[in-house]
Design a binder for this molecule. Structure first.
Ligand code: AMP
Length: 410
């Protein structure tokens, strides 16, 4: 029999990794919470239709990357590949348009995409995301961008911000036609580029790149009100002191964007340089049969942020007290003492392996325990201060008060 391993493109979050993730989560909670964003979590799977309609039939995600399956009732379900469509579904389903707008939400969830695994690209990965639903104003776009920039700064990620505008879907349709015609004249178009010619800006081969240098740009085709919205976002970012580059080639892999799009990239990451990004999606809620509602949001990859952050200071676990048993019969007293010590706020571990007393002391030392209480029965205990090596006999009831007093064993 072969040993069972974790599926390709997935990874285990080991305790050391969990500590770094908790730190990141703490920063996300602080940065987003301070601005009034509240946590939301949606199910790991949704009706497939949500992503087909929400993310867009022509996207890589829907075409190639979804984990789709049927349940016992023959309904098609999909492991969520992204968070915006589910949050919009929840906004509609819970009538959140009745709340004061915009409704500001954030999440930290896992997502699933059947991509070719490599460093920074996995088949199950985590994202921190933020969405502000119910405002069309450029202040919302700018606030969201500033918040992501603050989160990245808080964890020590240095990233470049690229910014663009995609205008309205109508402008884009016209532009797509113009670009398709331009590309047909210049290149032999594959199926993917026929379907979505904007993807040509993502191509790495020199021939396509050279052609794309000369290609018409969507930014030059924006309607006046879209251009004004974009200019206002830039003014607000200038005011906030957040540097950015206008990048008219910025193509995001999701179809629902309108107007502002942005992406933070880090040079620390190699090929998968995108740390996080997002934009405005003013038509999505309506597309999902909700009331017409403008919205904006972003998502940033947890693994990418942690890769780009490098070392994050995480404290080793503290052990205030290790409860050792002089003999196995003392287990009930030891068990009680450990429970009471935890209730009193002490980080307390109990001997769980029936080691010899010598073995228990060695183990406590390896754990870095500050104190060891050796419980001998209902009446007798001794308390050892590990750093000084001093030891004192005392009543079991006195162990916790003695530690809380900062123990004066001497
Ligand atoms: P997207 O939803 O494609 O805009 O992705 C937003 C962010 O999620 C990216 O910038 C990455 O940081 C992260 N991300 C996307 N796909 C993956 C993946 N397959 N593995 C790890 N992180 C990912």
């Amino acid at each position: 029999m072969t040993r069972i391993q974790s599926p390709r493109g997935t990874f285990d979050v080991l305790p050391e990794d969990a500590a770094r993730r908790e730190l990141l989560e703490g920063h996300a909670k602080r940065v987003l919470g301070a601005a009034g964003y509240r946590r939301i979590e949606t199910p790991a799977f949704e009706a497939t239709e949500l992503f087909a309609r929400g993310v867009g039939q022509a996207t890589d995600i829907v075409q190639k990357e979804m984990y789709t399956f049927s349940d016992a009732g023959g309904r098609s379900l999909t492991l969520r590949p992204e968070g915006t469509a589910p949050v919009c579904r929840a906004y509609i389903e819970h009538g959140m348009h009745k709340l004061p707008q915009p409704v500001k939400l954030w999440y930290l969830s896992s997502f699933f995409r059947a991509e070719a695994p490599q460093k920074g690209r996995y088949r199950q990965f985590w994202q921190v995301g933020a969405e502000a639903i119910g405002s069309a104003e450029p202040e919302t776009d700018a606030e969201l961008i500033v918040l992501l920039s603050e989160l990245l700064e808080a964890i020590g990620v240095r990233a470049r911000l690229r910014l663009s505008s995609l205008g309205t879907p109508e402008t884009r349709t016209e532009y797509r036609e113009e670009l398709r015609a331009f590309l047909r004249a210049e290149l032999t178009l594959t199926g993917e580029l026929e379907l979505n010619p904007l993807r040509a800006f993502d191509r790495a081969d020199p021939a396509t790149r050279a052609v794309m240098e000369r290609a018409p740009r969507l930014l030059d085709r924006l309607a006046p009100e879209d251009a004004e919205h974009f200019a206002e976002v830039q003014r607000l970012l200038d005011g906030a002191g957040v540097p950015y580059e206008i990048d008219s080639t910025l193509v995001r892999g999701l179809d629902y964007y309108t107007r502002t799009v942005f992406e933070f990239t880090s040079d620390e990451l190699g090929a998968q340089s995108g740390v996080g990004g997002g934009g405005r999606y003013d038509r999505l809620i309506e597309q999902l049969e909700g009331p017409p509602t403008a919205a904006c949001g972003w998502a940033a990859g947890v693994e990418r942020m942690l890769l780009a952050a490098g070392e994050l200071p995480t404290a080793p676990p503290v052990v205030d007290l290790f409860v050792a048993l002089a003999e196995p019969e003392a287990a009930p007293q030891g068990f009680q003492l450990a429970r009471k010590a935890r209730q009193a706020g002490l980080q307390t571990q109990l001997e769980l392996s029936r080691r010899s007393l010598k073995g228990q002391l060695k183990h406590a030392d390896r754990l870095g325990a500050r104190y060891v209480a050796i419980v001998a029965g209902a009446r007798a205990a001794s308390l050892k201060e590990m750093e000084s090596g001093e030891q004192q006999e005392l009543d079991p009831d006195q162990v916790i008060p003695s530690i809380l007093r900062g123990s004066r064993l001497a």
